[in-house]
Structure formats: structure tokens, C-alpha cells
Design a protein around this ligand. Structure first.
Ligand code: AHR
Length: 321
């Protein structure tokens, strides 16, 4: 006879009640976690996926992993499929902030707890998810802004900035812009000449930087990129335009992945604000707590720092992603 998960559980429960199985057999039932990932757009995302997969394996969970290729419709489909499969917990990193209410209500109606990792959603109903774990993106933008204000404190004339934004409508793009602007607006010499999305990818970062250089040329003093991959793509564009990255144009980015450290060590990137992708262990421990009926805080914030190029060579051996 072919047993599906439900009939197997009923059989195990009946056997246990009848004293045929020790209680520990029931406890050994694997927790099933459905995880919908944004995509594979950046070095950060690859490290995040590895962290989730490795930690699920270590925790002994059955992981149903789905890559949405940066499309919200794919994430919604994946979540619906997790609901249909009656997984124990659903976790996901929402590609954009809005448009989740309907599917989250479906999960709630099916009594499947939802954990948000890395990126949040903007919903007024916070009963639709158990907890949100990840970075404070507004603070990351502020850290980038504070570093720039300090670096340019003696500069008398205008500081002309171009900005490479992340995916349109995503929490990190919205919040990193907000935090950065909050700091630089205190001094009118800081001017954002152009701001456009590079979708968090190297290829788009390069393409948009080429357009910025064509339009503004040597007027550009600073590039603020919402992630390292776009900064690395832009560095190529800057070099191809005959300019020196990190010298002719000051470059600030976010994530602090190994690729950014290599660029800093090569003297091509000035600073990277840390955003940790290593959320796997925290997620698995939250799933265990949910299954054990333990309460969780609504927000779990990742602790992070900032790495200027001067410390890159010393820090590089300690980097895990
Ligand atoms: O949500 C985190 C962001 O998504 C990272 O900064 C970026 O690299 C990734 O694609």
C-alpha cells in the first residue's frame, strides 16, 4: 500500500496509542518547511540560499525550496503549493513589499504559520505572519550616509551623487534610499543627480552606470549602490570610461560579500555596509520554537557593522560569505 504523509501520520498516531510504537517514534516525524526564495540575483542571495539549505539539513527538517526568479507571481504560486502540501511552516523572503495579503490569509486559514526572512511585507494585519527576521535596511542606508558625510566633511563645493537602487518596490531598495537621504539631507552640498534601479544585479549595475556616465560624465563624485553586485558591475563601467573607481568616483555599497572585499583590497571600492545573509540557523530555531508552541518576538534584527577599504585585507580571512 502507498502511504501519503497524512495517512502515515494517522497510522503512526494509531500505532502509538495502541502501544505498538514508543512515543519517540512520533517525535521523530520530520518537520516540513516550505521556503520561497527571491531568486539568485546576487552573491548575497547565493550565500543566503546556502545558509537556509545547510541549516535545514543540520536541523533534520525536510525542506521544500522554491526559487522565484525575482517574480512575485512565482512566490505566490510556491506559497499556494506549500499550503496544498500541508507543510508545517512556510518561510519566504518577499521580492517586493506589497501584494501579499490574499495569499497570507490563505496560509492563515490553513493554520500554517508564516515566517518572513530578510525582507518584510507592508500589511496592516500583523497576525498574517509570526515573525520577521533580518536586517534593518533603513539603518544600513543611514550608515552609508554617515560614512559619506564624514568622508566629505572638508569638501567645500557640491558633492554630486548617483544612486543605483535595488529592485523596484523591494524593502531594501525603499529603506536603503530612505536611510541614506535622511542623513545627507542635513547638508545641501549633497546632491543626488540621478537615481535608477539596477535590480540588484551586476549586469544591470554596469548598464545603468554606463548611462549615468554618459549623461553626467566627470560631474559624478560619488556612487551609492544598494548592493555590492551592482557596485561591482558599475566599477567595470567606470574603468571602461577611463576613470579610476574609488579615486575619481567614491563608491559606497551594501552587503559586504567577499566580492566587495576583493574590490576594496584592489583599491576599487571605498566602503561596504554589512548585511548578513546567514539567516539559516535563526530561521530553523524559530521553526522549532513555533512547533514547540513557544512565543517569538515579532521582529528579530540582525546585528551588523560597516567595513571601509582600510580594514578590508585584515577582515577578509574572517568573512564567511
Ligand atoms: O534583501 C537583501 C538584498 O537582496 C541584498 O542586499 C541584495 O544583494 C540582495 O539581492
Amino acid at each position: 500500500m502507498k502511504l501519503n504523509r497524512r495517512t502515515l501520520n494517522i497510522a503512526l498516531a494509531a500505532a502509538s496509542l495502541g502501544g505498538l510504537l514508543p512515543a519517540t517514534a512520533l517525535a521523530q516525524k520530520k518537520i516540513v518547511l516550505g521556503f520561497s526564495q527571491v531568486g539568485a540575483e546576487s552573491e548575497w542571495r547565493t550565500a543566503n540560499t546556502e545558509s537556509i539549505k545547510a541549516s535545514a539539513k543540520e536541523a533534520g527538517f525536510e525542506l521544500k525550496f522554491s526559487d522565484a526568479q525575482q517574480k512575485q507571481e512565482n512566490q505566490i504560486k510556491a506559497i499556494r503549493s506549500f499550503i496544498a502540501q500541508k507543510v508545517d511552516v512556510i518561510a519566504f523572503s518577499p521580492v517586493v513589499e506589497s501584494g501579499w495579503e490574499t495569499v497570507l490569509r490563505e496560509a492563515k486559514a490553513a493554520k500554517i504559520p508564516v515566517v518572513l526572512t530578510d525582507r518584510s511585507v507592508n500589511t496592516k494585519d500583523d497576525t498574517l505572519f509570526v515573525t520577521f527576521m533580518g536586517s534593518d535596511f533603513v539603518e544600513e542606508g543611514r550608515k552609508a550616509g554617515r560614512w559619506l558625510v564624514e568622508k566629505m566633511k572638508d569638501q567645500k563645493g557640491d558633492v554630486n551623487i548617483v544612486e543605483l537602487q535595488g529592485t523596484v518596490g523591494s524593502a531594501p531598495a525603499i529603506d536603503r534610499k530612505k536611510g541614506f537621504e535622511e542623513i545627507i539631507k542635513a547638508d545641501p552640498k549633497f546632491k543626488i543627480l540621478r537615481s535608477q534601479t539596477g535590480d540588484f544585479t551586476r549586469a544591470k549595475g554596469k548598464e545603468v552606470m554606463e548611462a549615468f556616465l554618459k549623461a553626467e560624465g566627470k560631474k559624478i563624485n560619488v556612487l551609492y549602490a544598494h548592493n555590492d553586485d551592482m557596485a561591482i558591475g558599475a566599477i567595470q563601467a567606470i574603468e571602461e570610461a577611463g576613470l579610476k573607481p574609488a579615486k575619481d568616483i567614491t563608491i559606497i555599497s551594501i552587503d559586504a560579500v567577499k566580492g566587495a572585499f576583493e574590490a576594496m583590497i584592489a583599491g576599487k571600492l571605498n566602503v561596504s555596509v554589512e548585511c548578513s545573509p546567514l539567516l539559516g540557523p535563526q530561521l530553523m530555531s524559530a521553526v522549532k520554537d513555533i512547533k514547540a508552541g513557544k512565543p517569538l518576538p515579532k521582529r528579530i534584527v540582525t546585528e551588523e557593522t560597516i567595513f571601509p577599504m582600510e580594514v578590508a585585507a585584515k577582515e577578509f580571512p574572517n568573512r564567511k560569505y
